[in-house]
Design a protein around this ligand. Structure first.
Ligand SMILES: CC(=O)SCCNC(=O)CCNC(=O)[C@H](O)C(C)(C)COP(=O)(O)OP(=O)(O)OC[C@H]1O[C@@H](n2cnc3c(N)ncnc32)[C@H](O)[C@@H]1OP(=O)(O)O
Ligand SMILES: CCCC(=O)O
Length: 448
């Protein structure tokens, strides 16, 4: 028994008891990603008749669907990064709001009193260790900063979370905690395996891999495509790659276990992949458990472009929904429907271009087939009203489809239009040229 056991026993209460602290008008933070509580969420939602206008904040609503969203008159739900659940909630039920973020700034939101003050933080953690620490598991992010800001910290202990070694700020001490709630021992984490890459995704990945050299440092973003790139790298003969990323995904397990990524050439965090959160399959979480090959850091380190820039040959690979002929990147919305979020995209697009030899790749399949079976170009003359520009054109570097990779950085408007059309699906190229002419970004010498 550790000397902290008595303090643990005193602080351990039922979920119903713990959430009694929440009052109408409070701001309640559910942590980030896998940090979202389950039993405390059920207990809080059960108080919906007596509570009004409680703000709840999460980042990426992982399954299960939170109970609080069923009572929008009592709880105002906010998500820093939409995924399937938040999309459906907002689009079909008019519930939930997106919260734009420049992700590396998140800890300073709390430490510099910029974000609304958190009355209560409730988040899922690993069981307490003999030193009195609760490891945060695969969600470091800005959790410690939010806890520092909070009047009350409630931990929901789940023994199925992997213990994720730091780095920094990967654990909270019992002395900084008000209540501990024990989740059922069989409460599994959301198991989100990535699908096998399709033919187009493999072609895109091949187009990117040709730019990667031995010793490059790799960041992979969220979405289907970056996972395909990881798989192709794992099958390549590249050597001594490093990893420094916001999100640790299954692709990193592929790259590390295949021996391609060992971090031996990194200027710092040598032999480790630095990350701030992980999301993926149970295989990923099993791999991370107590594994010194990966190091958990707060997001003001992992995503700070000034940190990223110090790693030479930094290769940043992120996914987009659409790119227009001006080379503006939309990675987050379709008209007025929020699909995802900017997250750390800006951080890595900037940091990789500041790195010596670094490159930023934004990838997308050239087309999308809608629910009615219509083939649509993802390369558009301009975005539809309401769509958000995630990366402005002056920050775009490489854009990649299955038809090739083009570097639009340091090119004029008419050259960019030509490059974008060269990687569009052939069925749409003529129409795009006509639009480029109307937009006055086409000249007679442009290649058709
Ligand atoms: C974690 C990080 O942020 S790492 C740092 C970088 N940050 C980012 O890259 C953030 C921004 N990027 C992203 O969020 C993702 O990469 C995305 C959204 C661009 C792509 O992610 P994916 O999971 O591959 O997207 P997916 O193909 O499933 O599309 C998402 C949704 O948009 C729909 N969609 C995608 N493209 C289109 C299109 N052109 N027209 C209509 N609908 C579309 C899909 O049908 C899907 O909808 P549904 O699941 O509600 O039915
Ligand atoms: C808080 C946003 C995190 C992300 O990039 O997914």
């Amino acid at each position: 028994m550790s000397r902290f056991s008595e303090e643990y026993r005193q602080k351990c209460v039922s979920a119903d008891e713990a959430v009694k602290v929440v009052k109408s008008g409070d701001v309640v933070d559910y942590g980030f990603f896998n940090g979202k509580p389950v039993v405390c969420d059920i207990a809080l939602a059960a108080r919906h008749e007596e509570l009004r206008d409680v703000e709840v904040h999460v980042a990426v609503t992982l399954p299960p669907v939170p109970e609080v969203v069923k009572h929008p008159e009592s709880f105002v739900y906010h998500d820093l990064q939409f995924s399937k659940i938040s999309r459906v909630l907002q689009r079909d039920f008019n519930v939930g709001f997106y919260y734009p973020i420049m992700y590396h700034q998140a800890p300073s939101w709390f430490r510099d009193n910029i974000a609304p003050h958190r009355n209560v933080v409730i988040c899922t953690v690993c069981p307490m260790d003999k030193h009195g620490y609760f490891n945060l598991g695969p969600h470091n992010s800005a959790t410690m900063a939010a806890m520092e800001d909070a009047d009350c910290v409630i931990l929901e202990v789940n023994p199925n979370l992997p213990v994720c070694l730091g780095g920094a700020e990967e654990a909270v001490h019992i002395s900084a905690v008000n209540h501990v709630v024990e989740a059922p021992k069989d409460l599994a984490m959301a198991d989100l395996p990535s699908p096998e890459p399709n033919e187009q995704e493999r072609a895109i990945a091949e187009n990117i891999v040709s730019f990667i050299k031995d010793g490059s440092c790799i960041q992979l973003g969220i979405g289907g495509m970056p996972n395909a790139v990881g798989k192709i790298i794992a099958e390549s003969d590249l050597k001594n790659l490093g990893g420094h990323t916001e999100m640790l995904s299954d692709a990193y397990v592929d790259m590390i276990e295949s021996g391609r990524m060992n971090g031996s050439m990194k200027a710092f965090d040598k032999y480790r992949v630095a990350y701030t959160f992980a999301m993926g399959s149970q295989r990923l979480y099993d791999f991370m458990d107590n594994n010194p090959a990966v190091a958990s850091y707060p997001v003001n380190y992992s995503n700070d472009p000034r940190v990223i820039a110090q790693l030479d040959d930094f290769i940043s690979i992120n996914n987009a929904l659409q790119v227009d002929l001006y080379t503006q990147v939309n990675a987050e919305s379709l008209g007025f429907n929020q699909v995802s979020g900017n997250g750390g995209m800006w951080d890595f697009v900037a940091g990789s271009q500041w790195s010596k030899g670094g490159k930023s790749f934004i990838c997308l399949t050239s087309t999308f087939t809608d629910s009615k079976g219509n083939l649509k170009s993802r390369i558009l003359p301009t975005f539809e009203p309401g769509s958000i520009t995630t990366i402005p054109r002056h920050m775009s570097d490489y854009i990649v489809t299955e038809y090739g990779a083009v570097q639009v950085r340091a090119k004029s408007t008419w050259k960019r239009a030509e490059m974008m059309i060269s990687i569009a699906h052939p069925d749409f190229r003529e129409e795009l040229i006509q639009e480029a002419e109307k937009m006055k970004i086409w000249r007679h010498s442009n290649k058709k």
